[in-house]
Design a protein around this ligand. Structure first.
Ligand code: ASP
Length: 329
């Protein structure tokens, strides 16, 4: 029986980081070294290991991820059965969601990292890598889009987020729970989520428009919000309080900004939908939607920003943007 072909792309992150002379860890290892260090991984799949980047994941850009998506699409066209992206955990939720939007294929794409470096006691990288490879080569994971596998749990790109700075259990999907787990070397899927059928987002990737993300805090007087149009941004995502609220003093400015560029309203609670028809005071969701803001639905601010950036790059109009966010509602 032939074993599956797996494309492994390493971008850096703690999983690749070793100690240098000056103290502290930084990315040094590449995909081939990581794969070679995991017992059993070589027998699981015929692996092609590539290391396009070696960076801390906060330095990754959407342009980098668009290039990774293109490499995966090309790999699938050449017959790979799955793809594994290794990177830092800090921005895994963004990479995974961007790949989910950019790689339209039934075959699994899995993003994985580690909370502990390879030289630390209890390093979780090898176990995460093996579990992620099992998922990326499994029939059961087909059609689920991009997944994140950490701590033996399988998460959907649209729900997962890093919710702790240190624990190996840092990754959660509060709104849906993990889709499944890996135990005894077996992939067990407990739930499936349908991916919204969006028009292609591959157009315009050469010139991604800048989209700002603004988190609202108590007492915000709106001066950053009012500065956004003058800073060259093409769109804005606001992480409002609660169900999508801003201080009343900001409401008028928000309407003015929304007249210039798409403004998408998410929630800084990072779980639950942005409301649409409950609160009616100045700065409430009813007020802001009436002033032209679009709802991010169930997407967090960082994921709404990725969707807005890619949709603007593809030239979508306001109606298409509204439909796309509604699909995540
Ligand atoms: N703490 C990070 C990690 O887990 C560093 C990074 O995201 O690159 O990999």
């Amino acid at each position: 029986m032939s074993i599956p072909r797996l494309l492994v792309l390493s971008l850096g992150g703690t999983i690749t980081m070793t100690a240098g002379a000056g103290g502290g860890i930084s990315p040094t290892l590449g995909a081939a070294e990581l794969v070679a260090a995991v017992p059993g991984l070589g027998e699981l799949a015929q692996i092609e290991a590539r290391s396009p980047l070696k960076v801390g994941s906060a330095s990754l850009t959407l342009e980098n991820i668009a290039a990774v998506a293109a490499e995966i699409r090309a790999g699938f066209a050449q017959g790979f059965d799955g793809a594994l992206v290794i990177q830092g955990t800090d921005t895994i939720e963004e990479t995974a969601f961007a790949l989910d939007l950019l790689v339209g294929d039934e075959r699994p794409v899995v993003v994985v990292g580690a909370m502990r470096g390879p030289q630390q006691p209890g390093a979780d990288g090898p176990a995460n890598l093996l579990a992620a490879a099992l998922v990326a080569t499994s029939e059961a994971a087909r059609g689920l889009g991009t997944l994140v596998v950490m701590n033996d749990e399988i998460h959907a790109a649209r729900f997962v987020r890093k919710a702790h700075t240190a624990l190996t259990s840092a990754f959660v999907s509060e709104m849906a729970g993990p889709l499944g787990l890996v135990a005894e070397g077996r992939v067990r899927l407990l739930a499936r989520v349908a991916r919204p059928a969006l028009p292609t987002l591959e157009a315009g990737l050469a010139a991604l428009p800048p989209v700002a993300l603004l988190k609202i805090a108590m007492g915000d007087d709106g001066r950053v919000l009012r500065a956004v149009p003058g800073l060259g941004f093409a769109g804005l995502v606001i992480e409002g309080a609660g169900a999508g609220h801003v201080p009343g003093v900001m409401a008028e400015s928000l309407g003015e900004v929304a007249a210039h560029m798409p403004v998408v309203l998410a929630s800084r609670t990072l779980a639950g939908p942005v409301f649409e028809r409950t609160y009616a005071y100045p700065g409430s969701e009813i007020d802001l939607l009436a002033r032209g803001a679009l709802s991010a639905g169930l997407l967090t601010g960082v994921k709404a920003r990725l969707l807005l950036t890619l949709a603007l790059a593809a030239g979508w109009d306001r109606a298409a943007l509204a439909r796309a966010f509604a699909a995540y509602g």
